[in-house]
Design a protein around this ligand. Structure first.
Ligand code: SF4
Length: 336
């Protein structure tokens, strides 16, 4: 198998490397583990163009920026831009329900360790780390490196590491960073581990976990999970959520808050809602390639469905999903 190399730096947007979308500059702000405070959410809501999108990596996209430089200054002041050089590579998803201080600290320490290695600024903005609490909820989401909790220890999956490794947290972080460094040395322009032949760089074993397709809606002890339909929050909704003591965005376009937090209209806490199984790309007017206003068209169809404005199917979740793709004569159905 040949290496799937790329001739140029990936165009994945960041907070500083903004993407020029049809509705204006778009910034993607990395939130390792999906964690942010209400005050930080308020900054994202007020310093952008009014629409926030939750991504499948538990990050936030801010659309329609009026002044990208002022936006960058505002989020830096709010503590959302700890490293200008590494801002696009702080891609860490983590099991959202795991609340232990040690687990959340490991996510922050992994983030800091990635940012402390200058060469890792050259990873693509698509390279992904996952920290799983042992439940398997994020291990199956296609990360390049997985740290899997085994009681007090962690196993690190990817690269040349021993799949039975039991490492204390600090060593697991060190190992994960080393895997990323090794990947960069071998990558020859590849962006992701799966772009390389397995004999050169073994990826995360496919059998590690089945992808979870929806995430944490309803009450879980002292935590409430709410679906943000289609992952899109208005500034007004975000400002209500900003009253929360803490927030955690999940890779399934849901967010967790302390139980009893006031939720804005439009969010869904019914775990049986058919909207749990509906995703959509940005569509018109945000994307010039779109043949339809996908966000307005999207609705439940009785099976997991992803609505797209063109065949690229951006934001499609992993797992079995019906694709509905806009054409000049309506939506075309394609089963996975
Ligand atoms: S799937 Fe097509 S229309 Fe939708 S956001 Fe991606 S490129 Fe744009």
């Amino acid at each position: 198998m040949a290496i799937t190399g790329h001739s140029s730096r990936d165009a994945c947007p960041g907070a500083l490397q903004v993407h020029h979308a049809a509705d204006g500059p778009l910034a993607r702000v990395r939130l390792p583990g999906g964690d942010l405070t209400g005050a930080q959410l308020a900054v994202l809501a007020t310093s952008g163009g009014g629409v926030l999108e939750l991504t499948s990596r538990a990050n936030v996209q801010v659309r329609g920026l009026k002044d990208p430089a002022a936006f960058a200054a505002a989020i830096a002041a709010a503590g959302l831009l700890p490293s200008a050089s590494h801002e696009r590579v702080r891609n860490i998803i983590a099991s959202p329900l795991s609340d232990s201080a040690a687990f959340r600290r490991l996510i922050r320490e992994l983030d800091a360790a990635i940012c402390a290695v200058p060469e890792l600024a050259d990873l693509s903005g698509r390279f992904l780390f996952a920290v799983d609490d042992g439940s398997g909820d994020v291990a199956g989401l296609g990360a390049d490196v997985v740290l899997m909790s085994r009681s007090e220890h962690f196993a690190v999956f990817a690269g040349t590491t021993d799949l039975l490794l039991r490492l204390p947290p600090t060593e697991a972080i060190h190992e994960a960073v080393e895997v990323a460094q090794n990947f960069l040395r071998l990558s020859e322009g590849a962006w992701r581990v799966h772009d390389l032949p397995r004999e050169i760089f073994p990826g995360v074993p496919a059998e590690l976990s089945k992808p979870r397709t929806s995430g944490y809606v309803g009450d879980f002890g002292e935590t409430t999970g709410a679906l943000v339909p289609l992952g899109r929050l208005t500034a007004e909704q975000a400002m209500v959520l900003a009253e929360a003591e803490w927030l955690r965005i999940t890779p399934w376009r849901t967010l967790l808050v302390p139980k009893g937090t006031r939720l804005p209209e439009g969010l869904i806490t019914d775990p049986e809602s058919p909207w749990l199984h509906v995703t959509a790309c940005t569509g018109s007017p945000g994307c010039a390639k779109s043949l339809s206003d996908v966000q307005a068209d999207a609705r439940p169809i009785g099976a997991p469905v992803h609505w797209s404005g063109c065949a690229r199917r951006c934001g499609r979740p992993r797992g079995e999903v019906v694709d509905l793709i806009a054409t000049t004569s309506g939506y075309q159905r394609r089963a996975s």
